[in-house]
Design a protein around this ligand. Structure first.
Ligand code: GTR
Length: 416
């Protein structure tokens, strides 16, 4: 018995690293913690007005999030061209128009291509709100429609029989018919096209389209920063479409893309509604709870996601100058919706809820309302004020239940 325990420890010592603590799933073992106070300025004075928040506190906190968490996004612009390569005005039995748009990003003598898949309703009174969200497994995974072109990342796979190329293998995560029925548009791109999601993905990512000194440093962007940047480039195109209501843009992401959606919403104030679906550690869940996935664990599994500075907080999470409520608060006075799943303990549903609750005092500066109670609601009892939260039954996933709630919330926010 003993050797079983000793072997990994010996191995870790030989490799020069201490073994990682097991993940905690026991609420009674959550350490005591104090969250950084969102309404205390750097010099210790209280933040009491919306103006102070906007002019001083928000920029200060955003800078902390960039320096210690997500990395700085370069301010330089890259060239982007767009070409509608496919259009079907009779998609979904005539209820929607489907477009596929090739984005070509260029810079530093290189180009990178990505494909955006868009559906918007044919029957519409005026312009429509739009959900912008990445897919994990290529545009072809969202539907069995044979006309959907493979996303560039998947197009290059040498084995055409690869099961990943099966159409519609993630259809259940994309309630496109429901989205259209409720009068919304949806735009999706494969996240690998922007930054291939593996630790050596940088060389094929959009980072390389920027000057060399904008990446590779402890506080510069990596994959999450790139994905967030890409959402803003999608918004640039959407804003110019005659059918799209540019004042009603929502960014939604699941899991690692929930983290990216929150970081996109923090930086780009065109996103009026920012939706985190099961985003967990480094997304909506409070890091200081160390429940499920931890800062130490996420950085060791995914060293290419956050900025390098973030990994130094693995063993001293209480020294982080922010927690995830800070990220959510960047949306004020816009709207944030956080969703959890009961069985998704890795993502710490309670931590996701508590971070959302912490938004309250910041919303109040703007005369807005955060979540009404610090007591977590039961499953399938969504709470919607100026912020939204729900926990549903089931696993780590995106389901029709989640989409329906996001649209209920957007209907409320957009006055539909
Ligand atoms: C897990 C990761 C989570 C979450 C998830 C996902 O492996 O630990 O932070 O992002 O992946 O993206 O599905």
């Amino acid at each position: 018995m003993k050797t079983r325990h000793i072997a990994p420890i010996l191995l870790a010592c030989l490799l020069g690293s201490a073994p990682m603590k097991a993940q905690n799933y026991d609420e009674t073992k959550v350490p005591l913690y104090t969250l950084p106070d969102l309404l205390t300025a750097e010099d210790g004075t209280p933040v009491t007005t919306a103006r102070q928040w906007k002019k001083q506190q928000r920029p200060h906190l955003l800078e902390l999030l960039a320096t210690h968490g997500y990395g700085h996004t370069p301010t330089q612009k890259t060239d982007v061209t767009h070409e509608v390569v496919y259009e079907n005005k009779q998609a979904l039995g005539g209820r929607a128009t489907q477009q596929q748009v090739r984005f070509t990003f260029s810079g530093e003598g290189k180009t990178i291509q990505a494909l955006l898949l868009v559906y918007y309703p044919n029957e519409r009174k005026g312009k429509v709100p739009v959900f912008i969200c990445y897919n994990f497994k290529g545009n072809h995974s969202t539907s069995t429609d044979e006309n959907i072109l493979y996303s560039p990342y998947f197009e290059q796979l040498p084995n055409r029989q690869d099961p990943i190329l099966v159409r519609g293998n993630q259809t259940s995560r994309w309630s496109i018919p429901l989205i259209i029925e409720r009068g919304y548009a949806v735009a999706t791109m494969c996240y690998h096209d922007i930054y291939p999601d593996h630790k050596d993905g940088e060389s094929q990512s959009v980072l390389t389209l920027f000057p060399k000194d904008t990446y590779g440093k402890p506080d510069s962007w990596q994959a999450l920063g790139a994905w967030a940047w890409g959402s803003s480039r999608i918004a640039d195109w959407i804003e110019r479409q005659p059918w799209a209501d540019k004042k009603k843009l929502a960014v939604m992401g699941h899991s690692r893309q929930g983290k990216a959606a929150l970081w996109a919403g923090a930086q780009d104030e065109r996103f009026q509604v920012v939706i985190s679906n099961n985003s967990g550690c480094g997304g909506a869940a409070l890091s200081r709870r160390e429940f499920g996935e931890t800062v130490a664990k996420i950085n060791s599994s995914f060293p290419h996601w956050f900025c390098r500075n973030f990994s130094s907080y693995g063993k001293r999470v209480n020294d982080l100058p922010f927690d995830q409520h800070t990220l959510l608060a960047m949306m004020a006075p816009r709207h944030v919706y956080v969703a959890s799943a009961k069985e998704d303990t890795w993502a710490d549903p309670r931590g996701e809820f508590l971070a959302t609750f912490q938004l309250g005092p910041v919303y109040e500066l703007f005369g807005m309302k955060g979540l009404p109670s610090p007591i977590m609601p039961d499953i399938h009892r969504p709470v919607m004020t100026d912020a939204g939260y729900h926990i549903r039954a089931g696993k780590h996933d995106v389901t029709e239940y989640d989409w329906a709630r996001y649209m209920d919330f957007c209907d409320k926010v957009f006055g539909r």
